[in-house]
Design a protein. Structure first.
Length: 216
């Protein structure tokens, strides 16, 4: 089944003005890279963490929940939390995805489990099946959900990716153990066969010796 979010009915002139303001805000935010910041004031849209980078039209934050990618089109405000808190966190060593645009970033997350938006009714947690020009196809609870790119405020890789990887590795280890056990069993069987042959040959020599003694 397909579910579409309603498109925002916003005048084109208003959208252009808002995007220009957001662009200037993001440009000024470059001075806060490495600092602990809060994006937006509250509610499910708020993201708080260390600003790692601004690769293009999105921001990268290291939060308590991991690496979060924020669509700059939905950044309404940005606040430096505190200088004392940011001093110790002034680091960009954590790895993250860098792309030429937010849409390109989404393409790099294809075929992974992701979380879209931080909370509220717009939160989506599922498998990113495909990325189209203006929408995503996400599999969630065995249903296919179509999500317009414009409505994506934040995105991050889900912890389900690690769980799936661990399951695959665990399955491979079990398979290898069974195979090794079979080899050991085969080795024991082969050893018994060799021992049996040796005993038979030895028995044959004893009989031959007794027979020779009777002749004498």
């Amino acid at each position: 089944m397909f579910y579409d979010y309603p498109r925002a009915n916003v005048p084109q002139q208003s959208q252009s003005g808002s995007r220009a303001t957001q662009s200037r805000l993001v440009q000024r935010a470059a001075d806060l890279i490495g600092y602990h910041v809060k994006i937006n004031r509250g509610g499910p849209d708020m993201v708080e963490g260390t600003l790692l980078a601004i690769p293009s039209d999105y921001l990268v934050l290291n939060t308590k929940d991991g690496t979060i990618y924020v669509n700059s089109a939905h950044v309404k405000s940005m606040t430096e939390v505190s200088k004392s808190a940011s001093t110790g966190n002034r680091s960009t060593a954590r790895s993250f995805l860098s792309a030429s645009s937010f849409h390109s970033l989404l393409s790099r997350l294809r075929h992974q489990f992701i979380q879209i938006n931080r909370g509220g009714p717009e939160k989506i947690d599922g498998f990113l099946a495909d990325v189209n020009t203006d929408s995503l196809l996400v599999v969630m609870n065995r249903e296919v959900v179509r999500i317009p790119v414009y409505h994506i405020k934040t995105v991050n890789a889900s912890g389900k990716n690690k769980n799936q990887k661990n399951k695959n590795q665990s399955g491979g280890s079990q398979s290898g153990g069974q195979k090794s056990g079979g080899q050991k069993s085969g080795g024991q069987k082969s050893g018994n066969q060799k021992s049996g042959k040796k005993n038979n040959r030895s028995g044959g020599w004893s009989q031959h010796g007794n027979h020779s003694g009777k002749s004498r």
